[in-house]
Design a protein around this ligand. Sequence first.
Ligand code: ADP
Ligand code: ASP
Ligand code: MG
Length: 870
Amino acid sequence: MSPNAPAPLSAGAPWIVMKFGGTSVATLPRWQNIRELVSSRRAEGARVLVVVSALTGITDALKQLCAQEDKGKRIEAYQAIAQRHYDLLDHMQLAAPETLAERLRELARLAEEGPALLGELAWSALVQAHGELMSSALGAAFLSHAGLPTQWVDARECLAAIALPNQNERTKLLSAMVEAKPDPALNARLEKLGEVFITQGFIARESQSRTVLLGRGGSDTSASYFGALLKAQRVEIWTDVAGMFTANPRQVPGARLLQKLDYEEAQEIASTGAKVLHPRCLSPLREPRVPMLIKDTNRPELEGTVIGPEVREHAPSVKAISARKGITLVSMESVGMWQQVGFLSDVFAHFKQHGLSVDLISSAETNVTVSLDPTENLLDSDAVAALASDLAKVCRVKVIAPCAAITMVGRGMRSMLHTLSSVLAEFGQLRVHLISQSSNNLNLTFVVDESVVDELVPRLHEMLIAAGALRTDDSALFGPSWQSLYGSGETVMAADAWWRAECRDQLLALAAEATPRYVYHLPTVRRQARELKTLTAVDRMHYAVKANTHPAILRALAEEGFGFECVSPGELKAVMAVVPETAPLLFTPNFAPREDYAWALTTRAAVSLDSLYPLEHWGEVFRGREIVLRVDLGRGLGHHEKVRTGGSGSKFGLPVDQLDAFLRLADTHGVVVRGLHAHLGSGILDVKHWGEVYSQLASIAERIGSVAFLDIGGGLGVPSHPGEARLDIAALDETLRKVKAAYPHYQLWMEPGRYLVADAGALITRVTQQKGKGSWRYLGVDTGMNSLIRPALYDAWHEIVNLTRLDEAATALYQVVGPICESGDVIGSDRRLPEAREGDVVLIAQAGAYGKVMASPYNLRDEAEEVILE
Ligand code: ADP
Ligand code: ASP
Ligand code: MG
């Protein structure tokens, strides 16, 4: 024994089961991580059972081998598979161990022999089982060689598949289930053999001792079966991502890590499409109450997800959105069917007979529609066609495919419907084939055409957060975003906010003098401005002054070299009063009266038009002038319907199909289109967006000829939740440089507003009263929608803190409301805050943009005054 080896384990030492997925076992560096991780668990005083998947891609390769009718092709496929394993051994500087050599010989024999002897399904199962048999043999050799003696265990000797009613041969062999009760005999047998073991995921044996599979991705379930058999202390799933996220992080980079889940919720997320866990892998753990931990093999320092029996009390929240593709809908139509005794039973008998299990159901007087999920059914077109032809005997059948099911998961979905209105509105433009609400109240599912999901899911995820339905402010539950953990972008660190540390005392003193007050932190404005100045591809930056017209902010931005974009004569005058004459100005009004344009043309501002009307009716006003044309690129973007400024649902911009008419009018009046402009909305975090706008504008500009600059608008998103990823300015720079290189003859202009000032402002207010109503607690403060209308208007989320009690535990759950006589006067709902007292100072963050400028005298409450911190 080496000097620092841990003490030997006694009988009865706890077990930890560690499952490593395909990518985790495919390379030498990952195996080095596995070695470290297994040793650390062993050092905790636990026996360790390692469960492995096949090297990534090998199960697919084995399936392809099985699909080859030609023996020569099968042998070729075998050789490529064997080579993958030899290559890894080479990297490990290991000779092939006999356990692996034996597997390779058997696989070669199976490839040569083909399915004739064993039968198609049994042969295919045995061939596919070799992926895990080989990876585990290789792993045992590596770990033992690396100083961690590891026993190779054949999973088929431990996991016995059970016979299920209505199981056909296919499901029996390729999608088997095991009943895993604590098995003291297995425990005793292994205890005698050693301390660290390795076995295969994905495989088991059936009653005739044939090898069976647990379904694609089934290694997770193997780990759980072993966890239950050995009544392990915990089961750890080690994969290529740090846990279960609120959406598939490869599809939604802003998806948040779910730090804690109970079995039911995790189960629901897994079975509705989150591939990170096999849908069957949680049920074996429930009865023995074995917790599960999901971790990233390559980043073991990241927290991961813990799944256990405890149901945590928290504000109701959607936990995740998942999608399943490859869904087939079967719609069955017959007159008066619903009332007919036994109709459903007749219909479902056909599904049973074809070995197909039904997932979602929706019914009407003359129609029943059900969905078939490919993860539960070994679906192929033949199986569906055979079913349809049988069903046609009792009703009219329509098969709708390919569909996708999009599911929002959360405990108590029915009580959250009111928070989902803006999210549900998104489905308004789509064909929704079926809606289903699970009877356990854990999910709400929409079946739509498969082609729309890739684009829809990221959008829905963003909207769930914006609408406060996915409560990412609950930091005990929602961890950082995938992007912030894995991407290059910086994240929003709530702890860094100027109002939290640097200026807190000053803010408390200001509040003691008077509330409500808007306080602006100029260093933050300057920091944001300087950051945007690093966008080297941009020739001119204009501050969209509608966000905040405070003279000190205008002055500071002029000093930083910004121009100014104004939408009214009032804004232009306010700007011209404080900024130097050299600062560039843009006038981009919408549905403005004739005299606004006439006046603006007397100033130095570049004037923009966004409809035919001004040239049609007031042509003389513009005669011989240069103008900017704002176009509508046919789509809008942004965090809320009301901030999207493109597409026919929005009043902005000239539709591209009216461009020729516009150019004819311009010609008539000698008007020159010098610039093109588009602004699709606000709160955009995807940097590709501005590149696309530039390219689209450039291709329109090519048709016009006189254009010198392209203004790609603003809309740069400012994430509001802690841990959310910031806009990646370096990536934006790269995108813009690329598109500009394609059309270098245009100047590139931008006009950010919110990005410059949102974080720089806070609204400070004071607690007035509290009220309990049923289970709700209202916390009143001395201003509300009269000062800050964004929550009421856009469902905007602003962080709210009790500045007086910043360090106290947030034990209360409040609806934070203002004094305005409107039910919509809610600044934040379900906020976790410390128990508050009358007079406490409450700070509403990120109020620098569209705060004061949208304030109103409604109810004749005092308006919040503005204070500048230099
Ligand atoms: P392994 O090979 O380790 O079993 P899988 O590929 O089966 O890994 O599962 C991990 C993958 O699951 C992730 O890389 C991710 O692409 C995908 N995934 C889908 N939905 C989610 C989700 N909600 N949270 C985390 N990962 C998810
Ligand atoms: N190797 C199997 C598959 O690819 C099982 C697993 O990886 O979990 O489906
Ligand atoms: Mg998997």
